[in-house]
Design a binder for this molecule. Structure first.
Ligand SMILES: *Cc1c(COP(=O)(O)O)cnc(C)c1O
Length: 427
């Protein structure tokens, strides 16, 4: 049988830049969570995110002061971004419900409550109108404003960020953009993650670029960067001995991992181009295909198409639908390396439609990995008691959608095989 095709795998530069920088870390004995690779990686990231159509991003009073801090994960970046916005016990944070749990969990780390806001159908990201409704209603119900807003660039797709920022500015609530999946996506030329107060990036193994594990926080100024670096290194006071007046975290990126990141920055543009090429192939293939719809970027925006996604019409008949949900799945989704709870049941009260699960199983049998869309956080049992503002969009998308293999490890022949297998499995 042909090689197995995975959803999205890490891909190193052909020239081996990653190993060169990692070797440098060893050769110079910088095998610690700081050092030349960390500093240079942060500079590379900064140059990358503040570019607007070849120019430097401009703020109200000239060039923006944005800075980037490299951290041990994207989750850590969300955590520190919220902390820097002053989120604490008893506060509420408005967050896109249609996301991966790393957008919402850090809100709970801080003792605050996530308030889940549903998506609009065009970009699948937070609905600006529902966002404003939620703000007004929270003020009425709690007597205070939510402390922050967390929009997400799901699957890399740029959100309606102008509208989101307009609402945020109207109520003077800081925005922490979760651009973990949207690294290199842009909105009218401006890179996602640079619109809000803070912007989150992730370099996990399956993201747009990787440091094996890692992340970064885009900060509004040099001062904000210093504060974040201080929190990321256990919040040490200036004394000859350990003196602690605040709670800190051990969240800095290792100099070894930053070496991988520096190498990856040499190929990031190539990676994005490849993801977009694959998107164009899927789009073309499903353009006139009844019952399957490819999820496209909004006009004026450029998605990195981190993961390409399709929707299956509820009426679409797929082979082997009777076998869908026949047995409980062993192991967790997304490479948790066996670290899961056992004893899962076959069904939950909100799951992909039978034809979607059948298609996933059929593809799997042919050696093609696919995955349901992320289950909205407001449908997760762990968040059953938090306030929600829903319109049905994300739940409906979750039930109909599939993520398809994307990225530089996927060849043209692979894409053709995936498309052919999908079409062959439609009755
Ligand atoms: C991957 C991801 C993160 C952060 O991920 P880490 O794995 O901690 O680097 C945050 N938000 C979203 C939406 C993500 O997909």
């Amino acid at each position: 049988m042909a090689n197995r095709i995975y959803l999205c795998l890490a891909h190193m530069s052909e020239a081996g830049w990653e190993q060169k920088y990692v070797k440098e870390a060893f050769d110079t004995n910088w095998v610690v969570p700081l050092g030349p690779n960390v500093n240079a990686f942060e500079e590379d990231l900064r140059d990358f995110v503040i570019k607007v159509k070849g120019e430097k991003l401009k703020g109200k009073n000239g060039l923006v002061e944005k800075q980037v801090v490299a951290l041990s994960s994207g989750t850590a970046a969300v955590h520190l971004g919220l902390l820097a916005c002053g989120v604490g016990p008893g506060d509420e944070v408005l967050v896109q419900s249609f996301t991966f749990c790393a957008s919402t969990h850090p809100i709970t780390y801080l003792g605050a409550t996530p308030v889940m806001v549903d998506s609009e159908p065009e970009t699948w990201n937070i609905d600006p109108h529902l966002l404003e409704e939620a703000i007004k209603d929270r003020i009425v119900k709690t007597g205070k404003k939510p402390k922050a807003i967390v929009p997400v660039y799901l699957y890399g797709m740029p959100a309606k960020i102008d509208e989101i920022m307009a609402v945020a500015n109207k109520y003077e609530i800081p925005v922490v953009e979760d651009a973990a999946e949207g690294f290199g996506s842009s909105y009218h030329g401006q890179v996602c993650g640079t619109f809000g107060e803070y912007g989150v990036l992730s370099f996990n193994g399956n993201k747009m670029i990787t440091t094996s594990g890692g992340g970064a926080l885009i900060c509004p100024s040099e001062a904000a960067k210093s504060k974040i670096m201080w929190y990321a290194t256990q919040a040490r006071e200036a004394y000859p001995y350990y003196q602690h007046e605040s709670i800190g975290y051990n969240y800095r990126l290792s100099n070894v991992c930053a070496g991988i990141g520096r190498g990856q920055m040499k190929v990031v543009d190539k990676h994005i181009a490849r993801h977009r090429q694959i998107a164009a192939m899927y789009e073309e293939a499903f353009k006139d295909f009844d019952g399957i719809e490819f999820h496209k970027e909004m006009e004026g925006t450029a998605s990195n198409y981190w993961l390409n996604t399709i929707l299956l019409d509820e009426q679409l008949k797929v082979k082997n639908e009777d076998l869908a949900y026949a047995e409980a799945v062993q192991g967790a989704v997304g490479g948790a390396a066996g670290v899961v709870h056992g004893g899962g049941s076959v069904h939950t009260d909100c799951e992909p439609n039978r034809n979607v699960e059948a298609m996933r199983l059929n593809l799997d049998k042919e050696g093609i990995e696919s995955r349901p869309l992320w289950k909205p956080m407001h449908k997760q049992p762990v968040y059953q008691n938090v306030p929600v503002y829903v319109n049905g969009v994300s739940e409906s998308l979750f039930k109909r959608g599939l993520c398809l293999p994307s990225g530089p490890m996927v060849t043209d022949e692979d894409v053709e095989r995936i498309i052919r297998t999908i079409k062959d499995n439609v009755l």
